[in-house]
Ligand binder design. Sequence first.
Ligand SMILES: *Cc1c(COP(=O)(O)O)cnc(C)c1O
Length: 412
Amino acid sequence: MRHKALPFDRDFIETLTQTYPTPFYVYDEKTLRRQARLFNGSFAWNAGFKEHFAVKANPNPHLLAILKQEGLGGDCSSLPELVLCEKAGIVGEEIIFSSNNTPPAEYVKARELGAVINLDDITHIPFLEKHAGLPDVLCFRWNPGPGRHVESVIGNPVEAKYGFTTEQIFEGFEILKRKGVKRFGLHTMVASNLLDDGFFVQTARSMFEFAQELHRKLDVRLEFVNLGGGFGVAYRPEQQPLDLKKIGEGIREEYDSLIAGTPLDPLRICTESGRLVAAESGTLITRVIHEKRTYKNYVGVDACMANLMRPGMYGAYHHITVLGDVKNRPLETVDVVGSLCENCDKFAVDRELPKIEIGDLLAIHDTGAHGYAMGFQYNGKLRCVELLLQECGSVKLIRRAETLDDYFATLI
Ligand SMILES: *Cc1c(COP(=O)(O)O)cnc(C)c1O
């Protein structure tokens, strides 16, 4: 069992609550930078490597600006995400636009910013050409189909709506060549939140093999392969985290045996992780406001599923720490619940925690990815504050709380 450490203690958070009432998110700059450096360090052997942070995981431009300082790019799939990158100073080919079912205006914006466009379907070649013109560089999203089924949120590739079939990749590159596109990339992403080091090495291997096949058969020389995201987070203390260094080394060995010294060398590698970069840096802080004892024991907190949807939506585990000195309290099994009129609004079910007292502060761990980002306003719940615990130790407000005026702002 790993100890799930926090970068602050109860007193620090209690003091913060005087300025920022709970619930709120607090992000740790040190952890965020550490994770960005982990990606860069693990692939430093590959000249031109870039991790493009998946903006959907955490669309706060203050965090994007920190990641930009660390040399990361952005991975977008909507117009607002493109604009967020632009505002954070992530521009041109630092942006990968990996969208699907894409509206014309989004391709226009991606072209305007000079982003690398990753097409999700062969019919998008004429669609892009018609609405935004074809750029010099294009990437295709490959769906490898049968034979690569892993347990993941995305599930069986055959059932996934994403990407070109293998045959369409060949056909697509032929079309691009005819149309005078000069630079080519290949993308795939068939896993989500996976904690299997070997899988990522295998994925890179099949991309390298495919790159060689495309070169042999079509004389297409890929400039980069994009391994997508899917790098898992060890949300549970008993889970073994990914060893990204080992993954990087494993991919290097595959590169040395399949690419090095061939006409495809140098081949740039890029990734599109959101979760593994941001999850551990974020903590949702909430206060206990009720205790209820019926057929089960409930702990009611002032955050709800509108602040953090993952447990209610996927049954996802998020570790919970009762802040303060609670080691002498007896343990009790409880459900930790929010206030939505939905029975799935639970942060934890049958969780053994130190006996809770009203007024306790709870820290919900690893919520820096798909936490605030997946928030919503159902039941009239307003979105909460986001804070940044800076490296210097001071706290900066990076998003204010929504107000009732915000809630009514779109009404006619
Ligand atoms: C969601 C997504 C990612 C990021 O996935 P993580 O789970 O954050 O690693 C990358 N690329 C695409 C196309 C995605 O949809």
